[in-house]
Design a protein around this ligand. Structure first.
Ligand SMILES: *[C@@H]1O[C@H](CO)[C@@H](O)[C@H](O)[C@H]1NC(C)=O
Ligand SMILES: *[C@@H]1O[C@H](CO)[C@@H](O)[C@H](O)[C@H]1NC(C)=O
Ligand SMILES: *[C@@H]1O[C@H](CO)[C@@H](O)[C@H](O)[C@H]1NC(C)=O
Ligand SMILES: *[C@@H]1O[C@H](CO)[C@@H](O)[C@H](O)[C@H]1NC(C)=O
Ligand SMILES: *[C@@H]1O[C@H](CO)[C@@H](O)[C@H](O)[C@H]1NC(C)=O
Ligand SMILES: *[C@@H]1O[C@H](CO)[C@@H](O)[C@H](O)[C@H]1NC(C)=O
Ligand SMILES: *[C@@H]1O[C@H](CO)[C@@H](O)[C@H](O)[C@H]1NC(C)=O
Length: 876
């Protein structure tokens, strides 16, 4: 045994994968769709039926079989989803024995009308911190609104279109509809007209017995002390908020809010399904979801329901995710669902910052903080004996006594802002000023539990302050007022915005909208107004824009896919950085930033709105065809060309194999396109078809470069029609060749956090009477659709059964501390289909773990990564 040899970062906080106990039969059922690890909630399931008639008999059997041990949570009686969710408690031994329990479940799920069984998964709430804005005034609001970036200002002004009467259904944390900018009330005659509270304040799907207390209205009245972020209120304001100094995207749209989060904590995918169906039934013209995970697959039941609604023609707009810093393939589900619209975030043109004055400095210094208010004046001193080093204020013993009663200045890095601020507060500091360590501007340090103000400033300001305090006394004074400053990253993709594609190589995100540094409403208990950043903000922005589109003459009776194409056709393609020529990849920006006025006013349409040339394993996807249709009254003509973007380099092949680069790297390698018609003319009412074939760049196939660009249609007369473009991407290499297991993984460990690694030639002794377990520590470089484990008897070389239930549709691991690996416990039992765990006879065993490659065939052994453990001697 040796300390684990993980070369990247030590493992910790590994999530345990599966449950044990009374529901194993279910987990082994062929209809069971297992799914990723740590967010599965044990003992709770969603069952789907072929038709509604199956529901009552099923409920009846379930109740007679399990009496008090079963609780039915949600019943879905809908053409788009027949089913229910339930949870099982531990069996009451006086009623049933554990084994009959298993058999009963088995029988229930065997029934032909049951089409699928899914685990209930926790959907984490988007963890966004609001920055309260207390000095709201016209100047701030006008500068900070992003409507000029998206042409929404022109739609309001020139087209007099404010989305009146279009219904946007939002699924979120509730809304403070008593806020004056959100109408001040609920129901008929009010802006927030539809919806309800599906869960209540105390709901958190991760609790063992979640408290569900539905309410008639979706009011978020959590109160500041609850820790609620006001997410749903911020989202609502972006769509349709309206006041003297603030204008949402569609200020006269009607809102529905289906509240799926309690004041804190996560929700379940069964609640999301319920909310989706309710929003659909209420007649929402658009459904908007600022939530999701980082999984990149599209097979979960909530994703399936979202896709079915989209198929009915209702645009379903979903956040791409905020995991862009973790590299490629971080777009989350349900935004990966077929036909739904996955939204990337672009940065706003301005941010709001606070400023303090420092003696000796002519210009006030900008800072950001999640705490607001006028901080007390005071002197600033070094916050570490070796200030400016790499570990400032990470260790209490290096904090000078002089910080007492003063502000402490420290450099960012090595430990969290919470640790720095706690150490300084303990030493008596009245506040903490952290300066950036990577050349960045003022930033918001996240230290939710800080007892003193914590501020983030630019590195250059921090260094200037440091030089000044070395010379003499420096005092700070605060006015607590926010003022707008221009952002260098305006109109480019936000750094946090998740990167595509989906694991199945669909182009995601589809399109972008402003989501970085967005000003909107907050619940009154949080001060009514504030800033937030996230694809959570970009999503309602697009939903509001679709409301404007639907309100226009052009939008009548248009379906979701058509609408998405319209927005894609006329989007703004952002450079990778302002001032640079190179265009950012469609895997970051989709078609680009929405241009709402053009989308509404232009008369030419291209379908499809995007291409995936897939990988280079076959020629099937190499040629794509688009159709351009002129709905206007004048002939339009175009030159068609290939406008390449930067390519995404997903892996750091040279130093770490197929570990993803976090964040992605770029390269200029570009594809060539063979276009069947270089110039076209389209008469009014006519369509033209054009074929596009790709010649991928000649990069090393092992690198799996993700190239991309835009098929550009340059209009020869802008008066008759503007330019259009179609985003495309593809991968050089075969995704099927990508390894799933990282080097040195899996391995056996004697503890669940994987800190002790057994070598292949070491025998692991598993003493069952000590209730010991072996842990299989896995780290997935790439997502996998299937992970299986077999128990092999060393003597006979025979597989005696499964070591753990099949896991399906797992997301990849990252380099982030809590996402590096996971552990699968093995307690010395095996499973046969439909049986409860059977203890293996005393003896020596090996465990074989297999993970299916992307696009692999589960029937082909060669399509799996396979690992076999060393010997495990099972005693007692
Ligand atoms: C709007 O801004 C003005 C100052 O520009 C301020 O007097 C007024 O109170 C603001 N309105 C609201 C509703 O906050
Ligand atoms: C890419 O190709 C694979 C088969 O190699 C296929 O399963 C997948 O659906 C394709 N993706 C798209 C978006 O066409
Ligand atoms: C490519 O797109 C960029 C950004 O929209 C544009 O500035 C440039 O002119 C385009 N190039 C061609 C060849 O159309
Ligand atoms: C990312 O790209 C830059 C510039 O091409 C290069 O210097 C750097 O080594 C790359 N990083 C990785 C991890 O490949
Ligand atoms: C790892 O697990 C062992 C035993 O299960 C425990 O003693 C140890 O504190 C854990 N270490 C970490 C870093 O969590
Ligand atoms: C197992 O193999 C390693 C080298 O691969 C060796 O260093 C070690 O001594 C071996 N351990 C045993 C118990 O044989
Ligand atoms: C297993 O553990 C039990 C209880 O601690 C102990 O009595 C027994 O000797 C152990 N067996 C072996 C083979 O180590």
């Amino acid at each position: 045994m040796k300390p684990s040899s993980i070369s990247i970062v030590p493992l910790f906080a590994l999530a345990t994968f599966y449950l044990q106990g009374t529901t194993d039969a279910l987990l082994h059922h062929s209809k069971y769709k297992a799914s990723p690890s740590d967010d599965v909630i044990t003992g709770r399931y969603i069952v789907e039926f072929a038709n509604q008639e199956a529901a009552n008999p099923f409920v009846h059997s379930l109740s007679t079989s399990f009496e008090h041990d079963v609780k039915i949570h949600e019943q879905f009686k809908h053409d788009l989803f027949h089913g229910l969710s339930f949870n099982l408690h531990d069996p009451n031994p006086s009623l049933v024995t554990a084994s009959s329990y298993d058999e009963k479940l088995q029988e229930l799920f065997d029934h032909e009308h049951v089409t699928a069984v899914y685990p209930i998964r926790a959907i984490q709430r988007p963890e966004l911190t609001a920055i309260p804005v207390t000095n709201q005034n016209e100047n701030i609001a006008q500068t900070i609104l992003p409507h000029q970036l998206t042409q929404v200002d022109r739609v309001h002004k020139e087209l007099k279109n404010t989305g009146k009467g279009i219904v946007v259904g939002i699924i979120d944390s509730g809304v403070d509809y008593k806020h004056p900018a959100l109408g001040g009330g609920f129901g008929k005659g009010y802006k927030v007209r539809y919806g309800e509270d599906l869960v209540g304040d105390k709901y958190d799907s991760n609790q063992p017995n979640p408290i569900v207390r539905p309410g008639p209205t979706p009011l978020d009245n959590c109160g500041a002390a609850s820790g609620a972020s006001g997410h749903g209120t911020h989202v609502s304001g972006i769509v349709a908020g309206s006041s003297a100094n603030f204008t949402g995207v569609a200020p006269d749209a009607t809102l529905g809010m289906w509240r799926v989060f309690g004041c804190t904590g996560s929700t379940g995918n069964d609640i999301i399904i319920k909310a989706l169906l309710k929003a659909y039934d209420a007649g929402s013209d658009i459904i908007s979801l600022s939530l999701g995970d980082n999984s990149g697959w599209s097979e979960g039941p909530d994703t399936i329901v979202a896709s079915r609604i989209a198929k009915k023609g209702v645009p379903v707009v979903i956040a791409a995710g905020n995991a862009g810093q973790s590299g490629a393939f971080t777009v989350g589900s349900p935004s990966t669902g077929e036909g739904v619209i996955s939204v990337a975030s672009f940065d706003n043109a301005h941010n709001l910052v606070y400023k303090f004055k420092a003696t000796g400095f002519s210009d006030a210094i900008a800072y950001a903080s999640s705490q607001s208010g006028k901080f007390p004046s005071g002197d600033i001193v070094a916050g570490d004996k070796a200030v400016g080093g790499t570990k400032d204020a990470c260790d209490p013993s290096t904090i000078p006594a002089t910080v007492k009663g003063n502000y402490g200045l420290v450099k960012r890095g090595s430990c969290t802002f919470s640790i720095k601020s706690a150490n300084l507060a303990k030493a008596g500091a009245i506040g903490v000023v952290v300066y950036d360590n990577a050349g960045g501007d003022a930033f918001t340090p996240s230290a939710p539990d800080a007892k003193v103000p914590v501020m983030g400033i630019a590195q250059k300001d921090g260094e200037a302050l440091l030089a000044a305090i070395k010379k003499g006394k420096v005092s700070l004074t605060f006015d607590g007022k926010l003022s707008p400053v221009p952002l260098a990253s305006a109109k480019t993709v936000s750094s946090f915005s998740s990167v595509g594609a989906s694991y199945e190589l669909d182009l995601r995100p589809n399109i972008g909208a402003p989501g970085g540094d967005i000003y909107s409403t907050l619940p009154r208990y949080l001060g009514s107004w504030g800033m937030m950043s996230g694809t959570s903000m970009a999503t309602p922005y697009l939903s509001g824009s679709i409301a404007l589109y639907l309100k226009s003459a052009k939008g009548k009776n248009k379906k979701g896919t058509y609408i998405m194409e319209e927005f894609q056709n006329y989007a703004y393609k952002a450079p990778v950085q302002n001032g640079e020529k190179a265009i950012d990849s469609p895997l970051r920006q989709g078609a680009g930033l929405i241009q709402v006025y053009d989308t509404i006013q232009q008369n030419v349409h291209i379908t499809p709105g995007q291409f995936s040339f897939n990988d280079t394993s076959s020629n099937q996807y190499k040629t794509q065809t688009f159709t351009i249709t002129n709905h206007g009254s004048k002939t339009v003509s175009y030159q068609i060309s290939n406008n390449v973007s930067l390519s995404v380099v997903p892996y750091d092949l040279a130093t770490s194999g197929y570990t993803y680069i976090q964040p992605i790297n770029y390269t200029t390698a570009a594809a060539k396109l063979r276009i069947s018609k270089k110039s076209i003319k389209v008469a009014p009412g006519k369509s033209v078809k054009v074929k596009v074939s790709v010649i991928p760049p000649h990069t090393d196939v092992k690198q799996h470069i993700m190239y991309g660009g835009y098929v550009q249609l340059k209009s020869s007369n802008k008066k008759n029609g503007l330019d259009l473009s179609i985003p495309y991407f593809g991968v050089v290499g075969r995704q099927k060749d990508l390894p799933i297991f990282d080097q040195d993984f899996p391995y056996l460990s004697s503890n669940s956090n994987g800190t002790v690694a057994y070598e292949k030639n070491e025998t692991f002794v598993l003493n069952r009477s000590k209730k010991a377990e072996a842990y299989i520590i896995t780290r997935l470089l790439s997502g996998t659709a299937l992970l299986q484990g077999d128990v092999v008897d060393v003597k006979s070389h025979k597989v005696i059964g499964k070591a753990f239930p099949d896991q399906t549709y797992l997301a990849r691991n990252t380099l982030n501390p809590t996402e590096q690996a996971q552990s699968i416990p093995w307690d010395g039992s095996y499973y046969k289909s439909g049986n409860k765990p059977i203890p293996v006879p005393k003896g020596t065993y090996e465990i074989t773990v297999r993970a299916l490659h992307i696009f692999g065939n589960p029937k082909k052994q060669a399509d799996f990564d396979t690992w076999t453990s060393g010997h495990i001697r099972v005693t007692n």
